[in-house]
Each structure stands twice: as structure tokens, then as C-alpha cells.
Design a protein around this ligand. Structure first.
Ligand code: XMP
Length: 319
């Protein structure tokens, strides 16, 4: 019988059988999947779990602190937080090609993660939040039949020299199942039902070159959009909503002054499978409020636009 409690019991038995009394390492991303793995492993093996959380500087507003509050404080998990913002931004400096940005972010993540892991002794296992759709998608990408539109960096295994064995307790589960066991394990609803966030984070929502100024601007705008969606009770009605930073200057007027500043685009979609999507027909009043708040509260934004492109032809992310 499929109940969250049964799935958890079964997963815990399998984790015990697989890792025995060994120590396990997990990369926490801030997303639902790795969060559920962390909660599951904590239940299964207690303090034999160590997590590494790489803050790449491309997370949403307050996300890093929230991860620490949820896991380190609330669940008592050992979490090593690595502040790697400067390193990621340094690597990304001057790069504007989306796929190259993805590769760099993925590679830098692995470098940082490995350096941290190398300082830990006696760890034999690496846990990952791979879920069933990730398995299918990466299988398809390898056949040459499915066009690889974007490289996802959370699947594909480890560098040879890391020599950790993999434990992937969510490998057979769909997203809604992962969420249900997350709730059963006591994770906060906000975290469990949060919209998906790409591995490269704001790196692919800042079009072109990634800078700290752009990331800070985007974080504030995104936060306002999400806050207003929640306030209007529409957050759970859309599958994904976010702001995008456009490095295009447009003229605006602030007070008595003419401003020549970047544009923020808002994207909200309805979809079940993320393969196709319809742009969310959000109420004009809501869009109006979000726009006013962004232009008034976020420094150096001259204009806000709403993306009305479906998928296809538009992808959900802009890069
Ligand atoms: P697209 O933009 O391809 O997005 O329509 C479909 C879903 O995938 C997410 N996405 C990514 N997730 N790494 C990820 O982990 C990526 O590079 C990446 N690119 C897109 C996107 O947010 C949406 O949910």
C-alpha cells in the first residue's frame, strides 16, 4: 500500500541495508529533493549524516539562512555552510553564453564540494536527491534521440577520483510522492511546496553576464513577486513563478529624474510536467501591484514586463 509512512519505512530499511554503519555525505541545495533526502537520512542514520551546503551567491533572497535554520537549527543536522559567492562570481565574470554558464556553475560546485569533502574523513557514501524524472531525462539525453536542450548538473554521477558510493533513496519516486514524504517527515510546508529552482540558480535568470549587482537586484524583485503571489493566494496555483534580470537599459522617470536602468521580466507558468506550459493569466491588479512595488522598492530598475510566451516555443527559463 502506498502511504507516505510505508514509503519512509521502506526507504529507511533500504538505506540501512545499503550503508550499514558507514558515514554519509549529502549536498544540500535548498531544493525539495535534497531536503527530503536529508530528513530521511537523519531519520535513518542520525548523526552519521553530514551535509555540505554550497552557497553559490545565486540563491533567492534569504535562502541560505533558511536552509541553515531548517536543517542545522530545527532538525539538528550537521551542515557545513560554504560561502562561495565570490568564487562563483569570479568564475562567471565576463561569460554570457547560457550553456557555458551552466557548465561553469556545475563544475565550480563540484570543485567546492570536493574540497570540503576532502577534509572529512571516514565517509564512504554520497547521498543524492535524484528522483525518477531525473533518471528518465538523463537516460533520454544520452541516446541522441532527445535533443539536449539544457544540461542539468544534478545527474550524471561523480568524478572518478571521489570514490564515494552513491545512495539515492528517491530514485523511484515522482515529485508529488517526494513532497508527501517530506511533509510526513516534518519539513516545513513552504519548503516542500516551493516552486522548482534550477541548479544554476539566478545564474540563468540574469541574462548575459552575471554580476553581484544584478543578482542583488533580481533577488529583491523576485522576492516581491513571490510575496505578492502568496498574499493573493495564487502561489500554489502556478507551477513556477520568478523574476528575470534583463541587462537592457530602458528610460524611466523616478521623482523628477530621468533614469536609464535595467528591466525586470516576470514569468509565471501553469504546467504539470514542465515539458509544455501555459503562461499564467494572473490578475492585472496583482501584476500592477508587483510592478509598482518593484519600481519603487528596488533600486535601479526602470521597467517591469510580463512574459506571455507559452512553452513551446518559449522555455520556462529565459536561458
Ligand atoms: P525549461 O526552461 O527547460 O525548464 O522549460 C523546465 C524546468 O527545468 C528547470 N530547469 C533546470 N533545472 N538545472 C536544473 O536543475 C538547469 O540547468 C535547468 N534549466 C531549467 C526549470 O526551472 C523548469 O522547472
Amino acid at each position: 500500500l502506498w502511504t507516505p509512512a510505508n514509503i519512509i519505512d521502506d526507504a529507511i530499511d533500504r538505506i540501512h541495508a545499503r550503508v550499514g554503519n558507514d558515514q554519509v555525505l549529502l549536498g544540500l541545495s535548498g531544493g525539495v529533493d535534497s531536503a527530503v533526502v536529508a530528513a530521511l537520512l537523519t531519520r535513518a542514520i542520525g548523526d552519521r549524516l553530514t551535509c555540505i551546503f554550497v552557497d553559490n551567491g545565486l540563491l533567492r533572497l534569504g535562502e541560505g539562512d533558511q536552509v541553515m535554520a531548517t536543517f542545522a537549527q530545527h532538525l539538528g543536522v550537521r551542515v557545513i555552510r560554504v560561502n562561495a559567492e565570490a568564487r562563483f562570481l569570479d568564475q562567471l565574470a565576463g561569460i554570457d553564453d547560457p550553456e557555458q554558464k551552466r557548465k561553469l556553475i556545475g563544475a565550480t560546485f563540484i570543485d567546492v564540494f570536493e574540497e570540503q569533502a576532502a577534509q572529512l574523513t571516514d565517509i564512504h557514501w554520497l547521498a543524492q536527491g535524484t528522483i525518477y524524472p531525473d533518471v528518465i531525462e538523463s537516460a533520454g539525453a544520452g541516446t541522441g534521440k532527445a535533443k539536449v536542450i539544457k544540461s542539468h548538473h544534478n545527474v550524471g554521477g561523480l568524478p572518478e577520483h571521489m570514490q564515494l558510493k552513491l545512495v539515492e533513496p528517491l530514485r523511484e519516486l515522482f515529485k508529488d510522492e517526494v513532497r508527501r514524504i517530506g511533509i510526513e517527515l516534518g519539513l516545513p510546508t513552504d519548503l516542500v511546496y516551493r516552486h522548482p529552482f534550477p541548479g544554476p540558480g539566478l545564474g540563468v535568470r540574469i541574462l548575459g553576464k552575471v554580476t553581484k549587482t544584478a543578482a542583488d537586484t533580481l533577488r529583491l524583485a523576485d522576492q516581491i513577486f513571490i510575496e505578492e503571489l502568496r498574499r493573493a493566494d495564487l502561489y500554489d496555483q502556478v507551477a513556477q513563478a520568478f523574476a528575470v534580470f534583463l541587462p537592457v537599459n530602458s528610460v524611466g522617470v523616478v521623482g523628477d529624474n530621468r533614469q536609464y536602468a535595467p528591466v525586470i521580466a516576470l514569468r509565471a507558468v501553469e504546467t504539470l510536467d514542465f515539458m509544455t506550459a501555459r503562461w499564467a493569466h494572473l490578475p492585472y491588479e496583482l501584476l500592477d501591484r508587483v510592478c509598482r512595488r518593484i519600481v519603487n522598492e528596488v533600486p535601479n530598475v526602470s521597467r517591469v514586463v510580463y512574459d506571455i510566451t507559452g512553452k513551446p516555443p518559449g522555455t520556462i527559463e529565459w536561458e
